[in-house]
Design a protein around this ligand. Structure first.
Ligand code: 2PG
Ligand code: MG
Length: 416
């Protein structure tokens, strides 16, 4: 049994300078753990609800009430209580909140305590955090994930200069994190040089550290990524692949068509466009190629992309077991983007993960566009054997905290 002594929380700022939450949990043996939670910008509508103050401070984004909920309501209920493990703690948190979307206490508050417990329990049991995460699964097999690294940003992360949100680089330098990051550095530098020359602008970066020049359209973003890989001296496909997060929920129109840059496309036309990208470039995955409620067209997208690349669901599924079940039943996707704060507790994220795995889906463990310097996500990706991790670019310390943690794990451990 793990006995909680104190629960505390305070407001901190994320990588966009917006408030988020740090929480500290102390156990009865004085083990203390501190953790902080991220926050998205291109959020899915089905995500659990962050509690924001909605007053003048921070233009409504303050987290004072969520922090008070942790310090008072949650602390009162959890103090001096003992829990068998993560599932028992998370069940208690769900009971305390009592809403489907965690809107009473706030999903940000609930997640902060769920994760603080995880870090404290790991320390209490003398485990690395990734070992603890692995131990939550029925058959643990921790390993290092593949990297999907943001090169170019658009959409909600870059003032909407192009419709699609990310073009990512997927280096295939064996399974070495350090080798992959070294390749990525070359590609990033070449991309920055191309931008300076072509657009006569400095290499300005977006929310996740990706480059965000004034591309004419989304296809140009992909073409420039391919060019940067070639200019860096790597072979597209054999050595370096690409990936796309279209984040199409953010350019769907009220009548169900899509505004892709200057063109209005039907869902069928958008599917054809996405498939033409997959034919032209070695794409590992296309994420949110259609909008989050466009359930009727996702199966066609999945079928037309076929085995060429993964049909990756983010806003569609929102790490929510019920939505994942629907996506499995309708063959709408074959890969899950897992973001723990979309659902709000570690245990529910685990259920989402296991459901996706039971259908043979691939899983990418993802950060949010608003991140903190905390690195627990790297441990989660290793512990849950994510096929991929998605953290953003190789600039900005809130991103590098995760890559650097992967480098530490790679250095200290070898996995079969
Ligand atoms: C996404 C994420 C991360 P956000 O759409 O996949 O890139 O963005 O955290 O803004 O939802
Ligand atoms: Mg996404």
């Amino acid at each position: 049994m793990i006995k909680i002594k104190t629960v505390d929380a305070w407001e901190i700022l994320d990588s966009r300078g917006r408030p988020t939450i740090a929480a500290a949990l102390t156990l009865d043996d004085d083990t203390r753990a501190v953790i902080s939670v991220p926050s998205g910008a291109s959020t899915g509508r089905a995500e659990a609800k962050e509690l924001r103050d909605g007053d003048k401070r921070f233009r409504g984004l303050g987290c004072h009430q969520a922090v008070i909920n942790i310090r008072e309501r949650m602390a009162d209920a959890l103090k001096s209580e003992s829990f068998e493990g993560q599932e028992a703690l998370d069940a208690r948190l769900l009971e305390l909140d009592g809403t489907a979307a965690k809107s009473r206490l706030g999903a940000n508050a609930v997640l902060a305590v769920s994760l603080a417990f995880a870090r404290a329990a790991a320390a209490h049991q003398h485990q690395e955090l990734f070992e603890y995460f692995a131990s939550l699964l029925p058959s643990p097999s921790p390993r290092l994930p593949g990297l999907t690294i943001n090169l170019f940003s658009g959409g909600k992360h870059a003032f909407g200069q192009v419709a699609i949100q990310d073009v990512l680089v997927v280096p295939k330098s064996g399974s070495s994190i350090s080798g992959n990051l070294a390749w990525m550095y070359d590609i990033y530098q070449e991309a920055a040089a191309i931008i300076r020359k072509r657009y006569a602008t400095p290499a300005l970066t977006a929310d996740e550290g990706g480059l965000a020049p004034p591309f004419a359209n989304s296809s140009e973003m992909l073409e420039t990524a391919a060019e940067a890989v070639n200019a860096a001296g790597y072979q597209l496909d054999n050595e370096v692949a690409l990936a796309v997060d279209a984040a199409a929920s953010h350019f769907v129109t009220a009548d169900g068509t899509y505004r892709l840059d200057d063109h209005i496309l039907s869902a069928a036309e958008l599917i054809d466009t996405v498939c033409s990208w997959a034919e032209r470039y070695p794409l590992v995955s296309v994420e949110d190629g259609l909008a989050e409620e466009d359930w009727s067209h996702w199966p066609a997208l999945r079928q037309k992309l076929g085995d060429r690349c993964l049909t990756l669901a983010d806003d569609l599924t929102c790490t929510n077991p019920a939505r994942i079940q629907r996506a499995i039943a309708t063959s709408a996707a074959n890969a899950l983007l897992l973001k723990v704060n979309q659902i709000g507790t570690l245990t529910e994220a685990k259920q989402a993960y296991l459901l996706a795995r039971s259908a043979g889906w691939r899983v990418s463990i993802s950060a949010r566009s608003g991140e903190t310097e905390d690195n627990w996500l790297a441990d989660l990706a290793v512990g849950w054997a994510g096929d991929f991790i998605k953290v953003g670019s190789i600039t900005q310390s809130e991103r590098l905290a995760k890559y650097n943690r992967l480098l530490q794990i790679e250095h200290e451990r070898s996995f079969a």
